[in-house]
Design a protein around this ligand. Structure first.
Ligand SMILES: [Cu+2]
Length: 508
């Protein structure tokens, strides 16, 4: 074992120049890099430790477990790079990274190791950056010693006192922006006794992106501070992009293997309800302290700036979906990955669909005979009333009031009390050209719901409206549509319950 330090060390002249340069930049007071202290005089027992270069890996890969049973001096070289990459199909983003990827390089060290850490900021960077490693005991987790201008390199030393899986991130102001642009990663401090061996180890991190454009809006997107402050990210993703762990980029395992996922949340804001659909975590080290695993966990809660280690044996083949179980994040914002398991089936553990048979449930009763009779009478009355304009006007007014009550109890939650909807999520009913164009269709939409792309006043919405046929009576639907067609500057005739009923029958 080579016990000398083969490592060239940078000398204070360079560092001093760096400091002078940094002092000329606008800094936060607490980031003022006091002049470099010079290289630490390591005690003989540390000087005597073997020196090794850390192996850093890109996600979803993890460096191999340690074979050594002693502490070492580990040299870590991490390079900051600002890169334009894919965030989603057709969507690009200028990511700020540790090593060119989001999350940054996975760093694996061993409890007790003394780490000589070099943060190198590539000359092509536009901004200074630093690093706060949650595995570090000391001011700013290293941030105070690593503020590094483009084309510069900072060095500091720390000892890994606590085992665990830790997040690291940039802590340069504005911190949420640096993290929000992708400056985070994981550092594993393996306990001295090691971790139980597994067959596959993977590295997954969740983080959200606050793009100026909506989800899927094409082109180069930039960071939207207002959305970040409101915590309304268009994207919540695993490993830095929509689809980074799907298709041929999915994680893989074979039936019978034990899988361990090092899962972290970079944030900058959202926490994760991490879940693998169709699996139960045999073991979770909650909050990634590596001493007390929990057993048989469905979903583990991972804080922003925190991590968890999950382990499970894969028993049957298939595709298992990694999600943040806050599910619109998974299905509408990107927080979805895949683990593809190959191998023989075990139909006792999971049979697959065994039988498809016809099932005749209790049919929704159309109503009793008397209700039918009542409806007939009502329709006769309605016909009579129709011929009297004064009554028609009063009936319409009453319908509008009743319809308003239905609207304010149900529809308002999505279409908003003012009928204006929410851009990108719920179409407007106020002034809606789509609504006005087809009265019968409006009835069908309320009865049956609506999904798929729909263009309202030139804006495309592609979402889902739940059916209301089981919730509202024909009269209520007639009333609510009469209200909708006459509120917020809209104008139109009243809807009759009979008409609604006729349409209901037609589509059944
Ligand atoms: Cu930064």
């Amino acid at each position: 074992m080579n016990k000398s330090n083969p490592h060239p060390r940078r000398y204070p002249a360079v560092a001093l120049a760096a400091t002078l340069l940094l002092l000329s930049l606008p800094l936060r007071a607490d980031e003022d890099p006091s002049a470099p202290k010079g290289l630490v005089a390591l005690p003989p027992e540390v000087e005597a430790m073997p020196v090794e270069q850390a192996i850093l890996t890109t996600p979803p890969h993890v460096p191999p477990p340690f074979k050594r049973k002693y502490s070492a001096r580990v040299v870590v070289n991490l390079e900051v790079r600002e890169v334009v990459k894919r965030l989603a199909d057709g969507v690009e983003y200028t990511f700020w990274t540790y090593g060119g990827t989001v999350p940054g390089r996975f760093i694996r060290i061993r409890e007790g190791d003394v780490v000589e850490f070099h943060l190198n900021n590539h000359p092509s960077s536009k901004l200074p950056h630093n690093i706060d490693l949650h595995a570090v005991t000391g001011p700013g987790g290293g941030a105070a010693s690593t503020f590094t201008a483009p084309g510069h390199s900072s060095q500091f030393t720390f000892q890994a006192l606590n085992p665990g899986l830790f997040v690291y991130h940039c802590a340069t102001a504005p911190v949420p922006m640096h993290i929000g642009n992708g400056m985070y990663g994981l550092i594993l401090v393996e306990p001295k006794e090691g971790l139980p061996p597994v067959d596959k180890e993977y590295y997954v991190m969740q983080g959200e992106f606050y793009t100026t454009g909506k989800y899927g809006e094409e082109g180069l997107q930039s960071f939207d501070m207002a959305k970040a402050i409101d915590e309304r990210p268009p994207y919540v993703v695993f490993n830095g992009a929509v689809g980074s762990l799907v298709g041929d980029k999915a994680l893989t395992a074979k039936v019978g293997e034990r899988v361990r996922i090092y899962f972290g949340v970079g944030g900058p804001n959202l926490t994760s309800s991490f879940h693998v659909i169709g699996e139960i975590f045999d073991k979770v080290y909650p909050e990634a302290g590596l001493s007390l695993p929990n057993s048989n966990v469905q979903t583990t809660f991972v804080p922003s700036g925190g991590a968890a280690v999950v382990e499970f044996k894969v028993e049957v083949p298939g595709t298992f979906i990694l999600v943040d179980h806050s599910l619109t994040r998974a299905f509408n914002k990107g927080a979805l990955g895949m683990l593809k398991v190959s191998g023989p089936e075990n139909r006792v553990i999971y049979s697959g669909k065994e039988i498809d048979a016809v099932y005749l449930g209790a049919q929704a009763e159309e109503g009793s005979e008397s209700a039918k009779r009542e409806a007939e009478l009502k329709s006769k009355i309605a016909a009579e009333i129709k011929s009297n304009p004064a009554i028609t006007a009063l009936t319409k007014e009453m319908q509008i009031e009743k319809g308003k009550q239905v609207y304010m109890g149900l529809c308002f939650a999505c279409h908003q009390p003012d009928g204006k909807g929410l851009p990108g999520a719920f179409p407007p009913l106020a002034g809606s050209d789509f609504l006005k164009a087809d009265r019968d269709r409006a009835v069908r939409i309320v009865l049956k719901g609506l999904s798929g792309p729909v263009v309202v006043n030139g804006q495309t919405i592609n979402s889902v409206m739940p059916p209301q046929e089981a919730v509202l009576t024909d009269a209520q639907i007639a009333d609510v549509l009469t209200y909708v067609f006459n509120a917020w500057g809209n104008s139109g005739d009243a809807f009759s319950a009979d008409k609604v009923k006729a349409i209901r029958n037609e589509i059944h």
